[in-house]
Design a protein around this ligand. Structure first.
Ligand SMILES: [Zn+2]
Length: 235
């Protein structure tokens, strides 16, 4: 599996928030400010799937620009948007707020929205995607195991420590894991927690992402690996 690291940080850094392009055809999260890079550096006409882990702005907020671009440039008939419940309603509200209501019809014509829930398994075009509800405040936030051609890769999305983090890691060859915090809380994993998981699950390769200005400094004193914006990871 080819994973382009579009961004690997969180909102409060200069560089982009965490998102990925998988096998040139699947966008994982569309953070605010990511569209300029997505459009100029990658070929969005190849995109067939858009995964949204949750609706926080640093995971979702440029999606209208991606939808608009794809609507005007892509020849692909139906693009799947895989997202938590209520995605269509949120998109329609967003289109109205920023006065691009013309996209409502395009959303119906060119996009298929697939709503996710805990333990849901999606299978299409050789992909198997398992969805896991994560602990991110009280939000409907998801992590995933994405499987294709014998590669099994985990994506924690935003999460604090929970059973599903361990489930994802235990079944994955590699994980892109939220490492935003220094302190333990119910919103993000801490660097210390991720270090302990990496020691416990030695068969899984760890890629620490969603780093904050604090954890980006703290990670230098650990053995954890942090992929930078623009890096390409092959699993
Ligand atoms: Zn979040």
């Amino acid at each position: 599996m080819k994973i382009d690291v579009v961004g690997s940080l969180c909102t409060w850094n200069l560089d982009l928030s965490t998102s990925f392009i998988i096998n040139d055809e699947m966008i994982f999260d569309t953070p605010q400010g990511s569209f300029k890079t997505l459009m100029n550096k990658y070929d969005l006409t190849k995109i067939k799937y858009i995964i949204i882990s949750h609706f926080h702005s640093d995971h979702f907020m440029d999606i209208h620009l991606v939808i608009d671009y794809i609507t005007h440039h892509s020849q692909i008939e139906k693009i799947k948007i895989i997202a938590p419940k209520g995605c269509r309603e949120r998109l329609v509200s967003l289109f109205r707020i920023i006065e691009i209501s013309y996209l409502e019809e395009k959303l119906k014509d060119k996009f298929e929205i697939i709503e996710i829930e805990n333990n849901k398994i999606l299978k299409f075009d050789g992909y198997k995607i398992k969805c896991f509800k994560m602990l991110h405040l009280n939000l409907d936030s998801y992590g995933f195991i994405i499987e294709k051609d014998n590669s099994v890769v985990g994506f924690s999305g935003d999460t604090a420590m929970c059973n599903n983090v361990r489930k994802i890691i235990s079944k994955s060859q590699a994980i892109f894991i939220d490492s935003a915090n220094l302190e333990v809380n119910n919103k993000h994993l801490s660097i210390g927690e991720v270090e302990a998981l990496a020691k416990e699950f030695k068969n899984c390769k760890f890629y620490a992402v969603h780093l904050s200005p604090y954890s980006v400094e703290a990670i230098k004193n650990t053995s954890l690996y942090h992929p930078i914006q623009g890096e390409v990871v092959i699993i």
